[in-house]
Design a binder for this molecule. Structure first.
Ligand SMILES: [Fe+2]
Length: 211
C-alpha cells in the first residue's frame, strides 16, 4: 500500500486536533494561521451508511426518477457536493436508488434509480416520490453512493424528519432505525400546496472526505 505523503498543513491539523501546537522552525506564521483556520472551520464528512442489498450498477443518467402518473407524494431533493473545507467537489457522480411509494425496489429494471453527474459547482437536484416503508427497514430512505476524483467514495442515506417512525421528534427518535448513524442524515421536509396536491422538498448536502 503506498504511503500517504503528509503535507505540513496535514501535520499541523493533526497537532491542532490533538490540542497541541508544535511549530518547528521554518514554518511560516501564515501557514500556521491557515492550518488553524482550516481546523476550526472543517466540516464533518457526511455519515456513512451501508449500501444494502438493492444497489444495481448502470442506473440511467436522469434527474426524473418518478415515472409519469406513479402514486406517492412528489419529492424534490436538492443539494451540493462539497469537501470538508466547504469547496465544491468537481466531477462527482451520485448514484441514487430508493423504494417506490409502496416500499418496493425495482430489481429487474431501473425505476427509482439514477446516476447524476454534477456540474463544477457540485449542485444536484432530482424529482421522485417519498419512498415507502418496507419490512426490513424502519425508516423511509433514499440511498446514495457518491464518487469523485480525489475523494473517498461515500455511501449514505437520506431520511425524512416527517417520517411517522420519528413521532415528530427525530432528535429523540432517530436511532429507532439502527442504520441511522447520525441525526444529521434526517433532513427537514418542506411541504407546499394543498393536502390533496402537496409536494415535498428536501435539501441534502453531501460532504466528501479527501482520499
Ligand atoms: Fe433501502
Amino acid at each position: 500500500m503506498p504511503q500517504r505523503e503528509w503535507s505540513r498543513r496535514d501535520v499541523l491539523r493533526q497537532c491542532l486536533a490533538a490540542g497541541v501546537i508544535i511549530v518547528p522552525a521554518g514554518w511560516g506564521e501564515a501557514e500556521v494561521l491557515h492550518a488553524w483556520f482550516d481546523a476550526q472551520t472543517a466540516l464533518q464528512p457526511t455519515a456513512h451508511v451501508e449500501m444494502g442489498p438493492f444497489y444495481r450498477k448502470r442506473a440511467p443518467a436522469t434527474t426524473k426518477l418518478r415515472p409519469a402518473g406513479d402514486p406517492g407524494l412528489p419529492l424534490t431533493v436538492t443539494g451540493r457536493v462539497i469537501s470538508t473545507n466547504g469547496e465544491s467537489v468537481r466531477g462527482a457522480t451520485l448514484e441514487i436508488w430508493q423504494a417506490n411509494h409502496g416500499g418496493l425496489y425495482d430489481l429487474e429494471g431501473f425505476h427509482y434509480r439514477a446516476a447524476i453527474a454534477t456540474p463544477a459547482n457540485g449542485a444536484y437536484a432530482f424529482e421522485s416520490v417519498m419512498p415507502g416503508h418496507y419490512p426490513a427497514r424502519v425508516a423511509r430512505h433514499v440511498h446514495y453512493f457518491v464518487t469523485a476524483p480525489g475523494q473517498k467514495p461515500l455511501s449514505t442515506q437520506l431520511y425524512f424528519s416527517t417520517d411517522e417512525v420519528f413521532g415528530g421528534d427525530p432528535d429523540k427518535n432517530y436511532a429507532k432505525d439502527p442504520l441511522i448513524t447520525s441525526r444529521t442524515l434526517v433532513r427537514p421536509v418542506t411541504l407546499t400546496g394543498k393536502p390533496e396536491s402537496a409536494t415535498a422538498s428536501v435539501e441534502f448536502e453531501l460532504v466528501m472526505e479527501k482520499a
